[in-house]
Design a protein around this ligand. Structure first.
Ligand SMILES: NC(=O)c1ccc[n+]([C@@H]2O[C@H](COP(=O)([O-])OP(=O)(O)OC[C@H]3O[C@@H](n4cnc5c(N)ncnc54)[C@H](OP(=O)(O)O)[C@@H]3O)[C@@H](O)[C@H]2O)c1
Length: 317
């Protein structure tokens, strides 16, 4: 009889705290489906929570041992009573259990069907696991900023998980997009429709002024420096929660409208993002996919902060 392998933390700490636990395959309850997970997305929030840092760690500190992970793709293999949204063998994608339940780093997981979207046949299971949290963060940040056609948008960390999606959505909305990245990612970001700015060059942002919207995916002093490019009355969405209040206070001093955010799972929005991928209007980048028993390496890769696009775990091996 097959069993379930899950990646759990029993205490906060380094990547060595990530352990594989073998359990029984769970049974779906009313309104849930059992998903055989193909891929799980690794997000910076997983790395910070494992280390005991940030908002989700604070909320989960009495919840250990805990199975990490919010992004999954996979196949529906069992339905709970009253579950009728999906058929058996449907391919699904989800931003699940955010922020307390988690559970995405599992080979089998029961999920309320309301948290899942059907994946069109022409989308790979890798793309389907890469899009939920990062895609919705990008879409919600740009919605919050109320970007308008013809405006200038600056995105800090344009080549990362959230950034590469934000660049494409902002460009499709007919804004003029500037995005910071290292020299290695310049041509990649230009291919997505941004003017790339190599942040490692001294005074790299000095040429840019009168920016209408800043999407800050870095936070702290780097966000504060970038505010020199904005005009009074411009909007700034600072996405990393840890430095959000400091960044917003500084923005207020300059007459910039600064807002933090916390992404909210929204299945309708996930369906829209999947439709954009299916239509070829959104391209998902997966830099690397690690076997689940190499999860510690995946966390080190994300913690280093230089992934292009997304990092995944292959839960089938
Ligand atoms: N509030 C929320 O609800 C929410 C939701 C999602 C994410 N977040 C937070 O948002 C941040 C971004 O998330 P993510 O998933 O996009 O991260 P990520 O994928 O790990 O970002 C990696 C990217 O950051 C770039 N980068 C690193 N240092 C940089 C710098 N100094 N300037 C410009 N780019 C730099 C790297 O580009 P190079 O390799 O070219 O250097 C790399 O492409 C994280 O702090 C995450 O925790 C918050």
């Amino acid at each position: 009889m097959p069993s379930n392998a899950q990646i759990v933390i029993s205490q906060f700490g380094g990547p060595e705290q990530l352990n594989i636990l073998t359990t029984d395959i769970p049974q779906p309850q009313s309104g849930e489906v059992l998903v055989k997970v193909a891929y799980s997305g690794v997000n910076p929030i997983d790395v910070k929570t494992r280390a005991g840092i940030g908002w989700a760690a604070e909320h989960n500190k009495n919840n250990l041992p805990w199975t990490l992970g919010y992004d999954i793709s996979g196949v529906v293999i069992k339905q709970g009573i009253g579950s009728k949204k999906f058929n058996l063998n449907d391919t699904v994608s989800g931003f699940i259990g955010f922020p307390l339940r988690g559970g995405g780093y599992s080979q089998y997981v029961c999920v309320p069907e309301t948290e899942l979207a059907l994946v069109p046949d022409d989308i790979s299971l890798k793309d389907a696991a890469a899009i939920p949290l990062a895609g919705q963060t990008a879409a919600q940040a740009l919605e919050k900023a109320q970007i308008q056609s013809g405006e200038t948008v600056l995105i800090l960390a344009g080549a990362g998980g959230v950034g590469h999606i934000a660049v494409q959505i902002a460009a499709a909305a007919k804004t003029k997009v500037y995005a910071t990245c290292s020299d290695e990612n310049r041509s990649y970001l230009e291919s997505l429709g941004a003017t790339a700015i190599d942040y490692r060059k001294e005074n790299s942002l000095k040429f840019l002024s009168n920016v209408d919207v800043l999407i800050d995916l870095i936070g702290g002093d780097i966000a504060i420096e970038a505010m020199d490019c904005l005009h009074p009355g411009s909007r700034l969405i600072t996405v990393p929660t840890i430095t959000s209040s400091m960044v917003c206070s500084h923005a207020a001093e300059l007459g910039i409208i600064g807002m933090g955010m916390l992404v909210e799972p929204d299945t309708t929005q996930l369906e829209e993002l999947l439709s954009l991928i299916s239509a070829g209007m959104l391209k998902i980048e997966v830099e690397q996919c690690f076997a689940m028993d190499k999860v510690a390496d995946a966390h080190v890769k994300v913690a280093n902060g230089h992934a292009r696009g997304k990092i995944l775990l292959d839960m089938q091996v």
